[in-house]
Design a binder for this molecule. Structure first.
Ligand code: FAD
Length: 474
């Protein structure tokens, strides 16, 4: 009976192992997951303090929208995590209110028709005028373009410079002048191609019927969730996946860094790792594309895998004595025109007060995100600035942007190297080159993870499921 090997123990690898043991157990005698470090979870890491405070070092919430969001909810039902979900509902301030820090001031983004009609101080016109004229903008014949170029055409350059630039810094820590509209926002790209304008797309697209075949999806729709976390933080998801895989005899190996992968003439794959050599029948790679490129000897694969870049970020968790936030909301983003190192700040205590410390007086938790496409490598930040200076810079930024002048009572710095892959213009060609090469040669290699078709946790989980389904069909 064959052996399946999963590379990487982040959420993508764990979800792949979960779906393999669930749907493909009869096809394999062994499912092995190899993780280089001493823990499973990858970028998902929640640090819980003895007084109950939780600091998220990576992702901090999931959105229940779209097929990806619904798929994750189904997975949560299967993992019996329903009771541990902390939902944010549409009327919660953290769901309604988002801010931009522009021209050295905090501005609320419109969240109602009134807000759209009123001119914002950082824009020349009210949002509504830009939206009303969108329908008459001409359609582009381009096969791909940058997100900035797309929105400069469809809305206007000011919107692209301020709003879209900030949103891309928030999602990808990336530069919207380089990121691809086709790969980062395929629905918007296809909407223009199919309907000619976003306005026509919104008005004419057939109403999506949500299949409510799961009690958790029903609850989420009824209660109007907009995002959610878990009682023990995001890591509760990867911990539950790890536990279920362990209980179902998946061989989860930590401290097992893969060193090389060779495709043999007999159809098998030779995998060399730290202390072992494995003969596998199928490999599901859930590691960063460049890391996979280093393990292979095939130039076409190596070159394409190496051409997907990633950015590095610093995530700084801060906790202050007392309730200090000047506004209620999810957080704020800063456009690159502000020229500062801060991408944005998340008001953790407002979104998930359940993660505040419980046994003493109230506190305020915040996360500051730095770096991204504007810093070469986070290791450079480590060389360029000491942790003490980094902390001074961050507390100064919090003072300037949120008027919180006191010193944090607790803090944590996480330097995350190559943590968010960047889908630059032309990314879809790289994916197509990889898929063509793999399918033409019928290599038993499946590419999963944030490097290829979506960086969100939901994307990672759905793509893991689709890869397993694809394998089982062949
Ligand atoms: C700061 C930050 C904030 C984010 N916020 C959100 C958010 O709020 N919501 C959201 O949906 N998404 C968010 N994301 C995106 C999302 O968290 C990631 O895209 C996702 O966690 C990636 O998971 P993965 O399993 O594909 O990769 P990873 O988490 O990178 O896992 C890959 C694993 O492979 C291992 N590995 C590497 N090389 C080898 C090797 N040679 N042998 C064996 N193992 C190896 C690594 O050690 C790692 O554990 C955020 C990401 C970051 C960095």
């Amino acid at each position: 009976m064959p052996t399946a090997v999963v590379l990487g123990g982040g959420v993508s690898g764990l979800a792949t192992a979960f779906y393999l043991q669930k749907y493909g157990a009869s096809k394999f005698s062994k499912i092995i997951l190899l993780e280089a470090t001493d823990r499973f979870g990858g970028w998902i890491k929640s640090k819980r303090h003895p007084d109950g405070a939780i600091f998220e070092c990576g992702p901090r919430s999931l959105r229940p929208v779209g097929s990806q969001g619904k798929n994750t909810l189904k997975l949560l039902s299967e993992l019996q995590l329903e009771k541990d979900i902390l939902p944010l509902c549409r009327t919660d301030p953290a769901a309604k209110n988002r801010y931009l820090f522009v021209n050295k001031q905090l501005h609320a983004l419109p969240n109602s028709l009134q807000g759209l009609v009123k001119r914002q101080p950082f824009m020349s016109h009210a949002f509504i005028w830009t939206l009303l004229t969108e329908n008459w903008k001409t359609k582009s014949p381009l096969e791909d373009e940058s997100i900035h170029s797309y929105f400069s055409r469809r809305l206007n350059q000011e919107m692209a410079d301020v709003l879209i630039d900030s949103i891309c810094r928030g999602i990808y820590a990336g530069d919207c002048r380089k990121l691809s509209i086709k790969s980062c926002f395929p629905d918007l790209f296809n909407a223009e191609k199919q309907y000619g304008s976003l306005t026509r797309f919104v008005l004419l697209k057939p109403k999506a019927t949500t299949q409510v075949d799961d009690a958790l999806i029903k609850k989420c729709l009824e209660e109007k969730w907009t995002s959610y976390s878990f009682k023990n933080g995001m890591q509760q998801l990867t911990d539950a996946l790890t536990e279920t895989c362990n209980a179902n005899k998946v061989d989860l190996r930590s401290n097992s860094s893969v060193k090389s992968i060779t495709f043999l003439d007999n159809g098998k794959i030779n995998i060399k790792c730290d202390n072992d050599e494995i003969k596998a029948d199928a490999v599901f790679s859930a590691i960063f594309s460049k890391d996979l490129g280093k393990l292979l000897q095939i130039d076409t694969l190596k070159n394409n895998l190496n051409s997907i870049p990633a950015v590095s970020c610093a995530v700084i968790n801060l906790e202050y004595e007392g309730k200090l936030l000047p506004v209620e909301g999810f957080g704020h983003l800063s456009p690159s025109s502000e020229n500062g190192p801060v991408l944005g700040m998340i008001y953790d205590s407002c979104s998930f007060p359940q993660h505040d410390r419980t046994d003493v007086t109230p506190s305020t938790r915040l996360t500051v995100m730095l770096g991204g496409a504007w810093s070469d490598s986070i290791q450079n930040i480590g060389q360029w600035i000491s942790q003490t200076d980094l902390m001074s810079m961050v507390t100064e930024a919090v003072n300037q942007q949120l008027q919180i002048a006191c010193h944090p009572i607790r803090s944590q710095i996480s330097l995350l190297n190559d943590c968010i892959p960047q889908y630059h213009v032309g990314h879809s060609n790289i994916i197509s080159n990889l898929n063509t090469y793999i399918s033409k040669r019928q290599l038993p290699l499946y590419l999963i993870g944030s490097s290829y078709q979506g960086v969100s946790v939901n994307d990672c989980i759905l793509n893991a499921k689709l890869a397993v389904e694809n394998f089982l069909l062949n």
